[in-house]
Write a protein that binds this ligand. Sequence first.
Ligand SMILES: Nc1nc2c(c(=O)[nH]1)N(C=O)[C@@H](CNc1ccc(C(=O)N[C@@H](CCC(=O)O)C(=O)O)cc1)CN2
Ligand SMILES: Nc1nc2c(ncn2[C@@H]2O[C@H](COP(=O)(O)OP(=O)(O)OP(=O)(O)O)[C@@H](O)[C@H]2O)c(=O)[nH]1
Ligand SMILES: [Mg+2]
Length: 458
Amino acid sequence: MFKEDTIAAIATPSGYGGISIIRISGSEAFEVCDRVFKMKKGSIFDVPKNTINYGHIVNKDTNEIIDEVLVSKMCEPHSFTAEDVIEINCHGGMSVTKDVLTLVLKNGARLAEAGEFTKRAFLNGRIDLVQAEAISDIITAKTSNFAKSAMSSLKGDLSSKIDEIKADITNMLARLEVTIQYPEYDEEDLTNNEIVELINSMKYKLNKIISTFEKGEILKDGIKVAIIGKPNVGKSQLLNALINENKAIVTEEAGTTRDIVDEVVNIKGVPVKFIDTAGIRNADSKVEKIGIDKSIEMLEESNIILFCIDTSRALDTEDMDIIKMLPDNKEVLVVLNKMDLNTNVDTVKAFDNYKTVEISALKKEGIEKIENKIYELAGLSEDDGVGNTLVSNIRHKNLLIGARDDFDNAIKMINEGLEVDLVEIDINAALYKLGGITGETTSEDIIDEIFKNFCLGK
Ligand SMILES: Nc1nc2c(c(=O)[nH]1)N(C=O)[C@@H](CNc1ccc(C(=O)N[C@@H](CCC(=O)O)C(=O)O)cc1)CN2
Ligand SMILES: Nc1nc2c(ncn2[C@@H]2O[C@H](COP(=O)(O)OP(=O)(O)OP(=O)(O)O)[C@@H](O)[C@H]2O)c(=O)[nH]1
Ligand SMILES: [Mg+2]
């Protein structure tokens, strides 16, 4: 087992609270605890493992009682870090918690770095890197469905899918080796067709994992929805109706909104960021122009575009110019606004071939239809992330795509009639990348970088 010094940190958020936990981990955890913890009789060494023990934290130099506490004792390897672990449950509150930690640090423990407890669990082989990252995802999850998907990764569901492909590769490499080394054993030989078939079946498994990324990303970070249109069609009025708050300025003057105004709303458990933008037109004012540039950026940055139209008026060149700007790789929902006024039939008809919703932002009519459509366009359903693993981590995604490229290269080599040895190089490269996801082949720098982003005490 990986042996290190004994670390300590506050594991609970700072601030006022009922209870705070100070965590100590390492080979001297019990010694450190013994120096600061006084029980009615006996010491922490005498009590059985996995027990919670009542007593006081005492500064033995001054005999001063710092706090009345409960202390948990866990013995290696059956603890979170797989080392000896002590958890001091003291009273919540910033000063008492800090005082207990300071005393612990004075008595032989070192302050832990961010993520160091989880890093130890990983280095000691209790969890792999995907599971360690899942712990961080659970903590930072903004939605319960994303937390459920992270929990599935923590259980090892994603790791076992990756391990399965790694095992397929190792198997195939062993057979390739026989083919190369002992060409005389014909029955063991892999034909080129068989090699391609094996690679394709692994690629199929990889693609299935990669295809979950889009949804994983949405559950993790939410959906960005940009409200776009020419001036005065009611974009700001629509934002206010969607967020149920008068946040954006609404006036009858064209060119009211200059800067981006946004707000996050929770729609069926998914955070949706609505972004109100400046009306796009050929503007003269410098400030308005800057605002319009930002609107155009939002066309690129958002996941879904609400293209807002004033149905009480005829379409004009300003509307048409924006239609030309709509990116075709994005979902666009045409919001036919101001339906409470006299409707221009031709304007509505012009969008016959688009996805549309008819609303009145002013009267707050049809807002729910927009919410449902957004949920639908994002391809979401209520049980996303529940019991199914989603890849939501860009590091994982890049390595998975890299491995797929290696497979493609290998197939290309075979089709070009190149030596099997060369194919082996690509297959090995794919194996190395998959090992980088779960942690076996990840460089120390990257491992450090991953744990640095964890919170303190985790
Ligand atoms: N007080 C407290 N609460 C906590 C944690 C903790 O460390 N302390 N956790 C941590 O972040 C999470 C729970 N995760 C944990 C995961 C593994 C082990 C553990 O001791 N595993 C051992 C023994 C398992 C067993 O007894 O069956 C093992 O895997 O060998 C503990 C907590 C959430 N709540
Ligand atoms: N009757 C009616 N008027 C609306 C509706 N939505 C917006 N308006 C009015 O249209 C005018 C413009 O609304 P805004 O929300 O400021 O328009 P905008 O698209 O944000 O305009 P810019 O910020 O200039 O690009 C205001 O007078 C609103 O009250 C609607 O559904 N019905
Ligand atoms: Mg506006």
